[in-house]
Design a protein around this ligand. Structure first.
Ligand code: GAL
Length: 445
């Protein structure tokens, strides 16, 4: 297809996604409290090259220039997150006015430049004081989160009408509370299951609060997804792939749709029951205005006796000798088509948006330019796959590219670069990459 945005329609939302901890820096600036990521990056051996997000892209100080750059690239929608501990340094109670003022300035600036703000309320940086009380494993977090959400809607809701409750609950509970490779670095089935149930309750509770305070607002939440395929046609690989699919793609969306947790595929999930109270099943459900799907790759799954609970493991992209990104993920934009089809097949699914899609490649700076042809290709293919799903009847309303600036990629540090804009982390110089120029042309009216 000759790629233009016209066939997506006038109303289609095109934007970029970012996250507070990955870009802001200013980690102790103006009264901000510690978050679990501020703690986690200080633990030995957790982050590649001992890097951290203390400064990151210094967006906290440079937002005005960066938003100007964004507007100059014809980007009219920015999905960003609020750092909970900038507003409530210890998670609740006393407010840090300087943090609130920062987000006021950010929002006002975006609006002045014609950029619509889409706020993610939780992109993984839980205030440390709440983690000390158990974090997502403590059921009280549903109320703590609710208080924070209500505050944000009351203070920013006069100008912000688009909300995303959580970013990828499966990733922050799985990597943070089961595998221990992300903050807060906890491990084990019990902490994972407790965190899962409370995050699932919080995603509906948060949305309910937004809607009650701002009935005209657009409320959604986001999910990590992967197109899952069995390694072979053998029954045990097929069973393994179904389990992996239940974990990676179904665990959070199904309770939200009122279908409960996918316990048929994964027996260990039946233990979620110990955290359930009367009324929970109903409270897990909420009719979102949209659902955000985030996708980077597919997974090929095979049976394994050695993996507890799942009896399934990934066949890595290296083992399969397929092209990969610097995250070692297979380059597979078709996955976007498949996950959109899969999500839209749920009968009560609201309209979908791609709230993250992108790829990290080893960018080379040459004569002051970054000709990231592989990322240009990825972006074009991703959009084409989304169009393919749209033509099949999928109700898709928007696309947010991950991400605007190269940034702090969690446990991987600064090595993987995902941006449309290159960042020199020594000098904080920004250079628009070829992909950024391509997107800017694509978005031009
Ligand atoms: C997502 C996450 C983002 C970003 C991206 C690339 O899972 O929401 O914060 O890191 O992956 O890995």
């Amino acid at each position: 297809m000759g790629l233009t945005k016209a066939p997506f329609g006038e109303e289609f939302v095109w934007g970029v996604s970012t996250a507070a901890y990955q870009i802001e820096g200013g980690y102790l600036q103006d009264g901000k409290g510690f978050s679990i990521w501020d703690d986690f990056v200080r633990k030995r051996g957790k982050i590649a090259n001992k890097e951290n997000g203390d400064v990151a892209c210094d967006f906290y100080h440079r937002y005005a220039d960066d938003l100007q750059l964004m507007a100059g690239m014809n980007i009219r929608h920015h999905r960003f997150s609020i750092a909970w501990s900038r507003i409530f340094p210890v998670g609740r109670g006393e407010v840090n006015q300087a943090g609130v003022d920062y987000y006021h300035r950010l929002i006002d600036h975006m609006l002045a430049l014609g950029i619509t703000p889409w706020i993610t309320l939780y992109h993984w940086d839980l205030p440390s004081s709440l983690e000390i009380k158990g974090g997502w494993t403590n059921r009280d977090i549903v109320d703590w989160f609710g208080e924070y959400v209500a505050f944000c809607v009351k203070h920013f809701g006069d100008r912000v009408k688009h909300w995303m409750v959580l970013n990828e609950p499966m990733v922050f509970t799985g990597a943070g509370y089961f595998l221990g490779i992300h903050a807060p670095g906890r491990r084990g089935l019990n902490s994972f299951l407790a965190a899962t149930h409370h995050a699932a309750l919080a995603q509906a509770h948060g949305a309910r609060i937004i809607k009650s305070l701002q009935p005209e607002g657009m409320v959604g939440t986001t999910f990590s997804t992967s197109h899952v395929e069995p390694f072979s046609n053998r029954e045990r690989d097929i069973v393994a792939a179904k389990k992996a699919d239940a974990l990676l793609n179904r665990l959070y969306i199904e309770p939200l749709l009122g279908m409960g947790y996918p316990t048929d595929e994964i027996r260990a999930l039946r233990k979620l029951e110990q955290f359930m109270k009367a009324g929970d099943e109903q409270n897990l459900k909420f009719d979102m205005d949209f659902v955000g799907v985030q996708n980077y790759t597919r997974e090929i799954i095979k049976h394994s006796y050695f993996v507890p609970y799942l009896r399934a493991k990934l066949v890595t992209a290296q083992e399969r000798q397929v092209p990969t990104t610097t995250m070692n993920w297979e380059v597979y934009p078709e996955s976007i088509y498949h996950v959109l089809k899969k999500f839209s097949a749920y009968p009560t699914m609201p309209p979908l948006m791609i709230t993250e899609s992108g790829a990290s490649f080893p960018d080379v700076l040459e004569n002051g330019k970054i000709n990231d042809a592989a990322r240009v290709q990825y972006l074009q293919d991703a959009i084409a796959q989304m169009y393919r799903a749209k033509q099949d009847g999928v109700d898709i309303r928007g696309y947010f590219f991950w991400t605007f600036l190269d940034n702090f990629e969690w446990a991987e540090g600064y090595h993987p670069r995902f941006g449309l804009v290159h960042v020199d982390f020594e000098t904080q110089q920004r250079i628009i990459k070829a992909s950024g120029n391509w997107y800017a042309d694509f978005l031009r009216d």
